[in-house]
Design a protein around this ligand. Structure first.
Ligand SMILES: Cc1cc2nc3c(=O)[nH]c(=O)nc-3n(C[C@H](O)[C@H](O)[C@H](O)COP(=O)(O)OP(=O)(O)OC[C@H]3O[C@@H](n4cnc5c(N)ncnc54)[C@H](O)[C@@H]3O)c2cc1C
Length: 407
């Protein structure tokens, strides 16, 4: 039987999941994963909240809803089997006003339709049993929402790839995928190489590679940074799990939340702000080509026209006072000295030609290349299910999976 040569581009959690599933129990593929950095998981996978989302918010039937539930199942089983830190610490989505109660009902109905287990609306007293220091009028309680070490999961998956005979090429940038007959040519910093299939999971750079490879210009990536602060250890002890505000239904991000991490910290954040650099994490990060790409995008200006008010609101979230005020909504006794600057993450959020932000995951097939074009939160949670979806649904006719295989 012909050995199929498959290239995976991107060593974040999605690329690692795809490569691991392709190599597991399968000797009819040869798999090479290309990652431009010298370490895997250094971008979104290594700069996020570390939450294993349960599937509360996503429209029933969407890819996000479907792949999040399956993703949780696969991720929990994998982390447990590999002794990777995973803690089902639970989550509250806390309402502070009467007006937010209707919003809790909507979230509850979506969560139940999505099959989130044991989710319920609880009152103040029950809330206090779970989070004695948190204030609010009512909350959604999702007891199985968890936290995990995503970079640890990614490293373990890549160890699996190597052990199964796959190759992980760090420090190798792919510039383009071209075609020669039925072959896909991966053009990289180490030369050109022919494959039968290519699966591109390259996050913040996904639109650029797709466009250079002949796929459409849209959806295009608009980077949104998210800053975090950290609670001082004695104040972190006041938070048992995850405390989220009721999200604005018209806005794609979840709002400043208090998140326990597997390292024992509690982070406050992230806010969401247009970033003028895709992959720089200093607070003054600026990259000229990244900034010019935003400034010259007609879709971006359409977006800006419709979201000016929201953007000005977000400007106000850039200072420490607004993080403190977000944290005080949950734990009123906190003071400025309890917060110290934490990390920054940058989200790859896809935008359509009309300036709308793409809400669902977008995965496009173009010939024998697959491009993951929108995989924002909760795509770390869903990563293993996204990999399964690509292999078993998008490439189903090509039978890249063995019948009865169970990864
Ligand atoms: C602030 C923030 C908070 C978040 N919180 C959560 C959360 O709590 N839970 C959750 O589930 N999700 C969360 N997310 C989303 C989650 O982190 C991402 O959806 C997920 O990590 C996407 O994985 P990825 O593999 O697609 O991307 P990445 O981790 O960004 O990996 C892409 C990789 O491709 C490589 N690459 C790019 N271009 C090339 C090229 N040309 N050649 C070779 N390699 C290339 C990059 O170097 C990178 O390593 C959050 C994201 C952010 C930014």
């Amino acid at each position: 039987m012909h050995t199929r040569r498959i290239a995976v581009i991107g060593g974040g959690i999605i690329g690692a999941s795809v490569a691991a599933q392709l190599t597991a129990n399968n000797d009819s593929h040869s798999v090479v994963l290309f990652e431009k950095e010298s370490e895997p998981g250094t971008h979104q996978t290594g700069h996020n909240s570390g939450v294993v989302h349960a599937g509360l918010y996503y429209p029933p039937g969407s890819l996000k809803a479907r792949l999040t539930r399956r993703g949780v199942e696969l991720l929990e089983a994998y982390a447990t089997s590999r002794d990777i830190r995973y803690d089902a610490c639970g989550k509250l989505v806390v309402a502070h006003t009467e007006g937010q109660l209707a919003q809790l009902d909507i979230i509850l109905r979506k969560a139940q339709a999505n099959g989130v287990p044991d989710v319920a609306i609880i009152g103040e007293d029950a809330m206090r049993q779970i989070e004695p220091h948190c204030v609010g009028t009512a909350a959604i309680h999702s007891p199985h929402t968890a936290i995990v070490d995503y970079p640890g999961v990614t490293r373990a998956l890549l160890d699996d790839v190597r052990q199964a005979g796959g190759e992980v090429r760090l420090g190798t940038t792919v510039s383009r995928i071209s075609r020669r007959g039925t072959e896909q040519i991966v053009e990289s910093s180490t030369g050109d190489e022919a494959f039968d299939y290519v699966i591109a999971c390259n996050g913040l750079q996904s639109d650029r590679l797709a466009k250079r490879s002949g796929a459409g210009k849209y959806p295009a990536i608009v980077p949104f940074s998210g800053d975090y602060y950290k609670l001082a250890p004695e104040k972190a002890a006041l938070v048992n799990g995850l405390l989220y505000p009721v999200p604005d239904p018209d806005y794609p991000f979840l709002g400043v939340h208090l998140t326990r991490t597997v390292d024992g910290d509690v982070t406050v954040g992230p806010n969401a702000f247009l970033s003028f650099a895709r992959e720089q994490y200093s607070r003054l990060g600026f990259n000229l080509p990244d900034a010019l790409q935003i400034a010259s995008s007609s879709a971006f200006w359409r977006f800006a026209r419709h979201n000016l008010g929201e953007a000005l609101d977000q400007l106000r979230t850039a200072n420490k006072r607004s993080f403190l005020s977000g944290a005080q909504d949950f734990i009123p006794g906190l003071v400025s000295a309890d917060l110290s600057p934490g990390p920054r993450g940058i989200r790859a959020q896809a935008m359509n030609a009309d300036g709308s932000l793409e809400d669902d995951f977008v995965i496009q097939r173009f010939d024998n290349a697959v491009f993951v074009r929108n995989a924002p939160s909760p795509a770390a949670t869903s990563a293993m299910a996204i990999a399964e979806h690509i292999i078993e649904e998008i490439l189903a006719d090509d039978r890249l999976t063995k019948p009865g295989r169970n990864t």
